[in-house]
Each structure stands twice: as structure tokens, then as C-alpha cells.
Ligand binder design. Structure first.
Ligand code: GTP
Ligand code: MG
Length: 194
């Protein structure tokens, strides 16, 4: 696949606006500020494909991209405390609606910040994916912010912090340095070939 050829499709702010899914989809989920948009830009090697911001809560819509026969969904981040209650509810409905609207979801890249213990929201999301049998891979973001020793400690801790950790593929990732990019691309190519 020529990853650089990805195209932006559309944005949706309400789940009842979501178009029917005719292609296999790969979704990027995780807390606000965890690095979803940065990961997308890195994987596709495009600087401005998905908007990145130091201000959490930047992606308030589901943004769709397409490459060949695969559609990608940059989901709005959850768990950002400073957002008004009404806005939080809209996001929750949008994410929930996305997963429950009978789409062909081939894989979810579930992002968690490798530096910290997963939040309650992260664990709820992971439980949701397990219970509903959505295939997913855990992307451990911002790897470059840890030393080798710190990283080893966090990887060990995650084995007990994440339910069923031994059965989950975990990929340490850095949008700054590019760690994990090749593994992620290989996974995407596998889905595209199915
Ligand atoms: P929302 O759209 O709010 O849900 O956030 P997001 O998950 O899309 O996060 P985004 O990609 O916008 O990144 C948030 C901040 O983290 C930005 O300042 C990024 O530059 C930074 N960041 C993301 N990934 C990495 C990484 O791998 N390493 C480092 N050092 N910083 C990163
Ligand atoms: Mg984003």
C-alpha cells in the first residue's frame, strides 16, 4: 500500500449523520491528547492530515480517511475534564453510536499513554472492546518520553493494569521518533488484504 495516498473524506459531529459503512474500517480511539491524530499523521507520513493540538479536545468530530479499500476513523478523544457536560454527552453518544451502528470494524487501534497507568475511561473502553468482541491492538503512545528503564518498568506494570494483557497485542509507539510505525503499517496491510 502506498500510505502517502490516503485522502481525507469527511467529518461527522453526530452519529445519526454517519454514512453507512461500505468498506472495512480501522478506528483510532483513546483519551483526548493521547496522540491519535499524531499517530495518523506519522503512519501516513502526512504532516497535516489529522489536526494535532497541544490543547486537548481538538478532535470533536469523527474524521474519516480512506486509502484504497480501507476507511480510517479518527475518533474524538474521551476523558477531557474541562469540557462542558453537554459536550461530553455529545462525544459519548458519537463514539457509542459509531461502535453500535453495525459498521464493518476490522480493527481498533486503542491508544494509551505509556507513561501512566490507564485511566478509568481507558479501562472502560478496553472492557467495551473485549465484551463486544471488537478486534483491537493497544498502542502505547509517547514512548520517546521515557528512558529505556522507565519503559521496561511501565511495560511490566501494564501486564497487571490491563485486563487479559497476555492476550492483547501491545505496540510501543512514538510519533516523534517513528517507533512502532512499521508494525502498525504491517497490521493495516493485513486488514486491507482480507
Ligand atoms: P484529541 O484530538 O484531543 O483527542 O487528541 P489526540 O489524541 O488526537 O492527540 P494529538 O495527536 O493532538 O496530540 C496531543 C499532544 O501530544 C500534541 O502536543 C502532540 O505533539 C503530542 N504527542 C502526540 N504523540 C506524541 C509522541 O509520540 N511523542 C511526544 N513526545 N509527543 C506526542
Ligand atoms: Mg485528535
Amino acid at each position: 500500500m502506498n500510505f502517502h495516498n490516503v485522502v481525507f473524506e469527511t467529518s461527522f459531529g453526530r452519529f445519526d449523520q454517519l454514512p453507512k459503512s461500505d468498506l472495512v474500517e480501522i478506528a483510532f480511539a483513546g483519551r483526548s491528547n493521547v496522540g491519535k491524530s499524531s499517530m495518523i499523521n506519522k503512519v501516513f507520513n502526512r504532516k497535516q492530515l489529522a489536526r494535532v493540538s497541544a490543547v486537548p479536545g481538538k478532535t470533536a468530530t469523527i474524521n474519516f480517511f480512506r486509502l484504497e479499500s480501507v476507511r480510517f476513523a479518527d475518533l474524538p478523544g474521551y476523558g477531557y475534564a474541562k469540557v462542558a457536560k453537554g459536550e461530553k454527552e455529545r462525544w459519548a453518544k458519537l463514539i457509542d453510536g459509531y461502535f453500535r451502528s453495525g459498521r464493518n470494524i476490522g480493527l481498533v487501534f486503542q491508544l494509551v499513554d505509556v507513561r501512566h497507568k490507564p485511566s478509568q475511561d481507558d479501562l472502560q473502553m478496553i472492557d467495551f472492546l473485549i465484551e463486544n468482541e471488537f478486534p483491537f491492538v493497544l498502542i502505547l503512545t509517547k514512548k520517546d518520553k521515557l528512558t529505556k528503564t522507565q519503559l521496561a518498568e511501565r511495560l511490566e506494570a501494564l501486564q497487571t493494569e490491563i485486563p487479559c494483557a497476555d492476550q492483547i497485542t501491545m505496540i510501543p509507539f512514538s510519533s516523534e521518533k517513528g517507533d512502532g510505525v512499521e508494525e502498525v503499517k504491517a497490521i493495516i496491510e493485513e486488514i486491507a488484504a482480507e
